[in-house]
Design a protein. Sequence first.
Length: 361
Amino acid sequence: MSSTPLPLVINALGTLDNPNLQFAPGAADRAKLAYGNSAAGVDARSLADALASGLTAVNITLGHVAGSDDPFETTVRDIASWDALIRSHGEQLRKVHVGADIAAARAARQIGVIYGFQNTEMLGTQLERVRLFADLGVRVIQLTYNGRNQVGDGATVADDRGLSAFGREVVEALQQQGVLVDLSHSSERSCLAALDLARRPLAITHSGCRAVADHPRNKSDAELRRLAEGGGVIGIYWMPYLRLQGQPLAADLIAHLEHAIDVCGEDHVGIGTDGCVSAIDDRDAYRRHLEAEVETRRRLGIGAPGETAEVSLFLPDLCGPGQFARLAELLAARGHGEARIAKLLGGNFARLFNETLTKTP
C-alpha cells in the first residue's frame, strides 16, 4: 500500500488542532480540557500535517461537551469561530454540508470539515434547536457524553434508563434535518433504543468492541450487530479503552477492527481516532498536561473508568502524519485486501454521509 496513494481517508471523529500548543512553555492553562477543536488550536503545522497524512475529511467536536459555561452560547460562539477559520483557509479547508462536499474536498486537495457535537445539552429542552444547528451546518450530533442528560443515559451511568421521551423526539428530529445521529458514549439501552427508532442509518463514530476489551466505553456485539443491520458504521478509536491495562498499540486497534468486521461485516466499519494528526513533540510535557486533564475530568464527573495519565491518548506506534498510511500497511500485512482497506479508511463513512446528510420531506 505504501507505494500507491492512499484511498479516501475519513476520520469519523478527530481533531485538526496542534496538540503541542496546549502544553508548550508559557501556555495559559495546562488544565484546560482540549475536547477536539477550539479553532484557536489550528495552526499552519497542524493543517500541513493533516494534508500530508492523506486525510480527506474529519468530523470535529464543536461547542459544549462539559463544564459550567452556558452550553448554547458556548456552542454558537464555537460554530462562528470555525466558520471564520474556514473562510480564512479556503484553499485548505471546506465545510461539509452534504456527502458530495467530501468528494469535492478530495478533488480540490482540501480537508472536508464536518461539524459535530459530543453532547446535546446545547439543545436544552427546545426541540426547535435541532433545526437551528442543522441550519448552521452541524452534521453529526452525539446524543450523550458519558453521563445522563435530558436526552438519555451515557456509557458510565450505573442505572441505565436508556432514552428519555424527549430523547426519542430528538432522534426523529435529527434524522428529519439530515443530521447523522452519533451513538458514541451512549449507554447500551440508549444505543439500542435509538437504533430501534431510526429510519436512516446511524453511526458510532468513535468506540471499540466490548468483546475485545470489556469497558463501558466500548460497544457490545448486540449494539454492533444492530447498527450494521440498519446500515450504520462504527469508527474504531485509537484510545486507552482498546485494552484494559497498559498502553494500547496498533495491534490492539487492529484486533478491534477485525472483531468489528466479524460482527458487522466489512461494509460497516471505519476509523474514528478521537485524536489529532500532528505528533507530540515533548512527551514529558504531554504527560504533565494529561495528568491535569484526567484530574479535571474526574472532578467534573465525566471521566471513564481506568483513565490515567500513565496511558497516552494516542497509539505511540501509530501517530503523526504517517498514521493512516502505516495502518494501511499493517492491515495489508494481516491479509486484508486493498478494497477492504479502502472501505475501512473512509469508503464506508463516505457512503454513510452520502445517505444521511440530506433532509427528509
